[in-house]
Design a protein around this ligand. Structure first.
Ligand SMILES: Cc1ncc(COP(=O)(O)O)c(C=O)c1O
Length: 373
């Protein structure tokens, strides 16, 4: 049997994408929305009809993620939210969904609205109670996010899978397919906002779903809905994504190293109350992270500075290298004062969410040093 390739090799070769027509070692960008038929009305390429169905560039990007996830099938969407919405839209009216609480606020807000409109019973459960509630309560769909954004809580995917008969959807955005292959741990469907580390250059909005059960009813429904309703990634975005993913394992490795070093520095700082990062032994998510994350703990952390809202905003205002902007997983470091964005969700006023990039760690620590001073 052929030995499977390592993620770094799959990514660097873009899962073998070339341009056979020109002989180029990178795939061509083909923006056409429609495809030719010959004089007998047969399609020149039977798999290319119209770009709302599919395109070569999208297939190339999907092939890379499919290989990295060890998946049977992968579907790209025009955003992470479009990918999550595609799974929920496959639920029948009056279904039951269990959703982890304290996850990315955009997901929570959309899921609440959608479930209310479709008379879906929505049960929101804190991360530590998921296994118990999933054991006691039958559900059609269970959505977990690990590590969670911005609390950095981790959830044992295998334990939740064992506790439910419902479809287990895992948002693995903060882990990336490099650090956690959620399908290997029992997820039925793994989702990522590819806008984050998968693209990693803050210039493509995309989302992705992968599964090991491509013949399941839910996957077939998702696939049909994407095609019919047109939630498709454009060829240029798909091409950019394929290009960016060549360095995904390399970027994730450096970002994780930087994030761990910064988390350790911040945890020891006199002006810091606490640091949430799954790589720190005191963090409640550490044990699960050790079992479930391989090669690092990701680029996302949250720091609670001493004081309140004003102090947190003063620190973010003093940072020079950490750009004040939402999002995460890019090569450039970002900070966000989450309370300003979601003041009603119980986010502490002194919490600063940090996405650590690939800059030199000494420069990153020096920036926090002067800001906290
Ligand atoms: C964990 C997580 N899931 C999903 C999303 C939504 O992704 P997108 O912004 O690509 O729609 C985000 C965006 O920040 C996120 O952080």
């Amino acid at each position: 049997m052929k030995k499977p390739l390592h993620p770094a090799t799959i990514a660097a070769h873009a899962a073998g994408a070339l341009d056979p027509q020109s002989g180029g070692v990178v795939p061509a960008l083909q923006p056409s929305t429609t495809y030719l038929r010959d004089e007998n009305y047969a399609l020149v390429r039977p798999d290319n009809i119209y770009s709302r169905d599919n395109s070569d560039n999208m297939r190339q990007a999907e092939a890379v993620i499919r290989a990295l996830e060890n998946a049977q099938d992968t579907l790209l969407f025009p955003s992470g939210m479009a990918a999550i919405a595609a799974v929920f839209r496959a639920l029948p009216n009056r279904a039951t969904a269990i959703v982890q609480s304290g996850i990315y606020w955009g997901t929570t807000a959309w899921v609440r609205d959608f479930c209310a409109r479709r008379e879906i019973t929505l049960i929101e459960v804190p991360a530590p109670d998921l296994v118990a509630i999933c054991t006691a309560q039958p559900a059609d769909l269970v959505l977990i996010e690990t590590p969670s954004n911005p609390w950095l809580l981790t959830v044992d995917i295998a334990a939740v899978k064992a506790a439910t008969k419902g479809v287990l959807l895992v948002d693995g955005t903060a882990a990336t397919p490099v650090l956690t292959r959620a399908l290997d741990h029992g997820a039925d469907i793994v989702m990522h906002s590819a806008t984050k580390a998968i693209n990693g250059h803050s210039d493509v909005l995309a989302g992705v779903l992968s599964t090991v059960q491509s013949d399941s009813a839910v996957w077939q429904a998702i696939k049909a809905d994407r095609k019919m309703a047109g939630a498709i990634l454009g060829p240029f975005e798909a091409w950019l994504l394929t290009r960016a993913m060549r360095t995904l394992p390399l970027r994730v490795e450096r970002m994780s190293e930087n994030a761990l070093a910064l988390a350790q520095y911040l945890k020891a700082h006199a002006a810091v109350d606490d640091v949430y990062y799954p790589g720190l032994p005191h963090h409640s998510g550490h044990d699960v992270a050790l079992r479930q994350m391989h090669g690092g703990f990701g680029s996302l952390l949250s720091v609670l500075v001493k004081g309140g809202r004003i102090d947190a905003l003063r620190v973010t205002g003093k940072l020079n290298l950490f750009l004040r902007a939402t999002s995460l997983g890019g090569v450039e470091s970002l900070v966000e004062h989450r309370h300003t964005i979601e003041p009603h969700t119980g986010i502490p006023e002194n919490l600063i969410r940090v996405s650590v990039g690939i800059e030199h760690i000494d420069d990153l620590i020096a920036d926090w040093d002067q800001a906290l001073a």
